[in-house]
Design a protein around this ligand. Structure first.
Ligand SMILES: CC(C)(COP(=O)(O)OP(=O)(O)OC[C@H]1O[C@@H](n2cnc3c(N)ncnc32)[C@H](O)[C@@H]1OP(=O)(O)O)[C@@H](O)C(=O)NCCC(=O)NCCS
Length: 226
């Protein structure tokens, strides 16, 4: 008897989405959730936070770190995205990551489909690249970094780990930004500058000289105030 045609199922077209947990339920998390939805690679299980913020864009609260510890037990690692913002000289993202490091979590690099990322760009685990960001060839984004909305990371820039480039900031070619530094909204760093670890560059500042000491810098040209 001739083979019967197999009934067509949706199995081949069904996309199985990896599960992901959003860590943090504040403003930055909202933007990250929207990006995850546009990417459509993950099924968002919920978010964790120290406190219940209610549903965030429809994403339910799972609990605090303990809820993650219950879910992230392996052997397959659970995806998580660090969606806690980092403004100023604190290190909340790193502290959170370090606290959760013993869990079976994986922190994939999340890049908005509405960002432009050119060739030979590398990005570290737990980094997020938001809508409208442009990252040009040869740039490196370190672990846990935030390349925020409409910022520009020019060619051959090195953002060390846990750097936040705020919305609309421009980092020109061959700049190095040290660990835990933040470049404020709309700030400009001219080409070739080296910014030490632990520097906060204020919103709208223009950095035209190397910043060799950690501290807070504002104005054009940027000067240290703290
Ligand atoms: C630079 C910054 C961190 C300073 O914050 P702060 O330590 O709380 O400092 P203060 O607000 O006490 O301001 C200290 C002085 O610097 C001035 N100043 C602060 N930020 C400034 C800025 N961006 N540009 C110019 N001057 C600034 C203040 O007017 C004040 O001057 P005064 O002493 O003459 O009154 C903050 O103002 C800033 O720019 N943050 C960036 C915010 C941002 O980019 N957010 C993006 C979120 S995604």
């Amino acid at each position: 008897m001739a083979d019967q045609p197999q009934p067509r199922t949706l199995l081949h077209s069904a996309k199985s989405l990896d599960e992901i947990v959003v860590i943090g339920g504040g403003g930055h998390a909202k933007v990250v959730i929207s990006i995850l939805r546009k990417l459509n690679r993950h099924r968002i299980l919920g978010y964790t936070d120290l406190e219940d913020q209610g549903a965030v864009l429809g994403v339910p609260y799972l609990g605090s770190d303990r809820a993650l510890a219950v879910k992230a037990v392996g052997p397959k690692k659970l995806n998580a995205v660090l969606a806690v913002g980092q403004v100023g000289l604190g290190k909340p993202r790193h502290e959170l990551w370090a606290r959760l490091h013993s869990l079976a979590l994986s922190f994939p690099l999340i890049v908005s489909p509405d960002a432009i990322v050119n060739e030979e760009v590398s990005g570290g685990e737990g980094a997020v690249v938001m809508d409208g960001a442009v990252i040009n060839s040869g740039a490196t984004i370190g672990r846990g970094g935030i390349v925020n909305t409409n910022s520009t990371i020019e060619h051959d820039v090195l953002l060390e780990d846990w750097v936040h480039v705020a919305p609309g900031a421009t980092i020109s070619g061959h700049v190095t930004v040290g660990r835990f530094s933040m470049i404020g909204a709309g700030a400009t760093v001219i080409e070739g500058i080296k910014i030490a670890a632990g520097c906060m560059v204020g919103a709208g500042a223009t950095v035209v000289h190397d910043l060799t000491e950690p501290g807070v810098y504002v104005g054009s040209p940027a000067r240290r105030i703290k």
